[in-house]
Design a binder for this molecule. Sequence first.
Ligand SMILES: [Zn+2]
Length: 104
Amino acid sequence: MNTNNKSNMSGLTVRGHLRVLLEQDWYTLRELSQEVRVSEKDLLGHLEHLRRSAKAGGAVFEVDAPLCLACGFNFTARNRLQRPGRCPKCRSTRISKGRYRLIV
Ligand SMILES: [Zn+2]
């Protein structure tokens, strides 16, 4: 296993690699996890950091918020990157995946 902060893309850190990807297109956590070979759990920390540094650098970290597929409840208000476990309104666990991208 790759335990240091380098991704499989030579010379780039995990965050550098994430930035390159997110500047190109929308990605879900799972897609990012597969691209940079970091667990979804660890990705959340990297994404939180990217979101803060994007803000400081004048870029926009966009979140396409998860949506309840049963009742349409939108999770935007939670302002959290982590995928919700279930809908607070109807308790369904059929939640769409959030997607992320970076506008620079
Ligand atoms: Zn719902």
